[in-house]
Write a protein that binds this ligand. Structure first.
Ligand code: ME8
Length: 649
């Protein structure tokens, strides 16, 4: 343990002013994936999160709820802890700024700053944004509003203590310039230097007197310490700052402090200056990630348009939500959360790519080898090398992406292996090998390689979707073998032991019906009564003719087809359905047909399906195709030449 390299990662400590939304969960899930990844790859990790409980905003919110502030905060903190449990957040410590282990240290720091002349007493006359707990000068404001959140600011006029920021400004500029990794992504660095540091730092007001929900200034208790000075200190108070033999000695400076870009200024200007005044080293990296937006704008707890992460995790699983958050948004940039894109990710990446790989492979292992892992005796260089070398290079590729905090890219790398494995099934067609007894050894090798590849995937996805690997270990028969679940086991190909009992389990991620989910989650009324089959008929799995005839089935002629950018599954197809005007549909058949193979084909078509968008591309109908249980797909068509638009009944 002692010789392991240490890794300290933090999230912002959240205001328990309201329940958290899926945007706050994003930061914490990302930090959790990093922490788990570092643990998996052999680091001694400390992962800190917590709550920022003081300040005017919380006090007002509690008053509005008609509750004593401490009670109000306790309830939300409990809710937040339950959320983190549901999302499998494996923090090592949860700091609450109301705890004495924090308040006592902050009070001592404040006294030290005062005694060493960093803090002096004066009078503050100026503007304050309570939702952001931020001071603004006239020059910084945006038409009289808070430049960060756009809300109204308040004029305050009170006696206050000030921190001499200017004392440390040049040292901070020098540090930022000399350490390109200090502020990431790099684009955020210039914003801080040009907008805040270069124009000259004003002294920062660090106490308030007009409310009392905070840490009192020890030598002047009419004042409470400014909530940001209080909150930022959590990153070291939680480590036992100032105590002999504390975690602070092991883990400070932090390796990564993960925050949203909205609070970059506090973390790359105020925080380092406080640390310099304490004579402490600065964190190695402060990473300001982008925002998760809703189609209608930024989410926020107070705007009330947030999406409840607990509802999403309960309905779709914590792994699905984690996967979406980590995969959908290139880390550092803004991204959009929509139910459509969430469900598309679940269906495409998790159910089709990963889920099908596991279920197809295990079905074949059971069918052809009675669930006993065969020995790989018939290696075929040409057919197998691609899969083997992809698997062996993915761990390094993932590690390199994670070093740069490119979490989404790390997942893209892993999915290369998932997709290569699916392609390996399609290329090697085990169902054909099974027909020829002479090819039994080859069939065994193909199945072995697939299961080994699934093991690689399961090991590498642990930090991102930690529940899914448990189900895979069970299915491939290594649930009691930690060695085979370890990162170190990925150094060579072929660690699975022939003879292991494997067994297909439940589908990892059931496919979802997009329209039904959207209806349900948006609280839309259920489909009309007439669309629903009679109760007894439903029980028998039958529908009546009238019900069937509601589906407008037609012959459609393909006019043109092309790939959908950034998708290896989807084709955009223009069809003539005899309406005088062509229709556009998006079909998930790119793995089975080349665009040019489709042109001029007459296919069966559902003409009255509600239009939907796939990958942002409008789809006005559906082309019918049949799929066998190994995933082979064939378009359904007519065996005579019929004009486009002909009805199918
Ligand atoms: O600012 N997309 O707490 P907070 C992505 N207590 N991330 C988002 C987001 C969104 N739409 N909305 C919020 C505070 N976040 C202070 C922090 S730290 C010493 C004190 C994330 O509850 C993002 O990381 O308002 C942002 O920085 C954090 O939640 C703010 O949470």
């Amino acid at each position: 343990m002692a010789d392991k390299k240490s890794f300290y990662i933090t999230t912002p400590i959240y205001y328990p002013s309201n329940r958290l939304h899926v945007g706050n969960s994003y930061t914490t899930v990302a930090a959790d994936a990093m922490a788990r990844f570092k643990r998996l790859t052999g680091y001694r990790v400390w992962f800190l999160t917590g709550t920022d409980e003081h300040g005017q905003k919380i006090q007002r919110q509690a008053e509005a709820a008609g509750k004593p502030t401490a009670e109000f905060v306790d309830e939300i903190v409990d809710w937040i802890k339950e959320l983190w449990e549901e999302l499998d957040i494996c923090y090592d410590d949860f700091i609450r700024t109301s705890e004495p282990r924090h308040t006592e240290k902050v009070a001592r720091m404040f006294t030290r700053f005062y005694e060493q002349g960093d803090i002096y007493k004066g009078k503050y006359e100026g503007w304050y944004c309570t939702p952001c707990e931020a001071y603004w000068t006239e020059r910084q404001m945006d038409e009289g509003n808070c430049p960060d959140c756009g809300r109204k600011v308040e004029l305050i006029d009170e006696e206050a203590y000030f921190f001499r920021m200017s004392r440390y400004a040049q040292a901070l500029i020098d540090h930022i310039e000399a350490n390109p990794e200090f502020i990431l992504p790099p684009s955020r660095k210039n914003e801080m230097i040009n907008n805040f540091l270069k124009p000259g730092l004003e002294d920062l007001c660090v106490s308030r007197t007009s409310f009392d929900w905070g840490i009192p200034v020890p030598f002047d208790p009419d004042h409470v310490i400014y909530v940001w000075l209080d909150a930022l200190s959590n990153y070291i108070t939680a480590l036992g700052y100032g105590e002999e033999g504390s975690l602070h000695e092991v883990f400070w400076p932090a390796d990564v402090q993960l925050i949203g870009k909205d609070i970059l200024r506090f973390h790359t200007i105020y925080w380092p200056i406080f640390l310099m005044a304490l004579g402490e080293p600065l964190p190695k990296t402060v990473f300001g990630h982008g925002w998760l937006m809703l189609e209608e704008g930024k989410m926020s707890k107070s705007k009330g348009n947030a999406i409840d992460p607990r509802v999403l995790a309960e309905r779709y699983s914590s792994d699905a939500l984690r996967y979406f958050l980590l995969r959908e948004i290139p880390f550092g940039q803004d991204g959009i959360f929509s139910l459509e894109s969430f469900i598309t990710r679940i269906n495409n990446d998790l159910a089709n790519d990963l889920g099908n790989l596991v279920s197809r492979t295990l079905t074949m292992a059971e069918r052809y080898f009675d669930g006993v892992l065969p020995e790989p005796t018939a290696y075929d260089e040409r057919a197998d090398e691609d899969l083997r070398s992809t698997a062996l290079q993915i761990p390094d590729a993932v590690e390199s992406e994670m070093e740069q905090m490119k979490i989404s890219d790390a997942l893209t790398e892993i999915w290369l292996l998932v997709r290569s494995s699916n392609k390996y099934i399609d290329d090697n067609m085990p169902w054909n090998l099974a027909k020829d007894p002479e090819k039994r050894d080859r069939l065994g090798t193909v199945i072995y390689n697939l299961i080994e590849s699934i093991r690689f995937v399961a090991v590498i996805i642990q930090p991102f979707i930690p529940r899914t690997p448990d189900s895979i270990w069970e299915q491939i028969g290594i649930k009691d073998d930690p060695e085979l679940q370890s990162w170190a086991s990925l150094g060579k190909w072929g660690a699975m032991k022939p003879g292991t009992t494997v067994k297909r389990g439940d589908d990892l991620f059931p496919r979802l019906n997009m329209q039904a989910e959207i209806r349900e989650m948006r609280g839309d009324p259920p489909v009309e009564e007439t669309n629903v089959p009679e109760k007894e008929e439903e029980q028998e799995g039958l529908i009546n003719l009238e019900y069937f005839q509601k589906v407008d089935l037609r012959v459609a002629k393909v006019i043109s087809a092309e790939s959908v950018p950034k998708s290896d599954k989807l084709l955009k197809i223009e069809v003539n359905v005899g309406e005088g005007k062509n229709r556009q549909v998006v079909a998930g058949i790119a793995k089975h047909y080349k665009p040019e193979e489709l042109v001029d084909q007459s296919v069966l078509f559902v003409a009255n399906l509600k239009p939907a968008k796939l990958r942002g591309v409008l789809s006005q109908g559906m082309i019918l195709a049949a799929t066998d249980q190994d995933g082979k797909l064939a378009l359904s068509t007519v065996d005579q030449d019929l004009p486009p638009g002909s009805r199918v009944s």
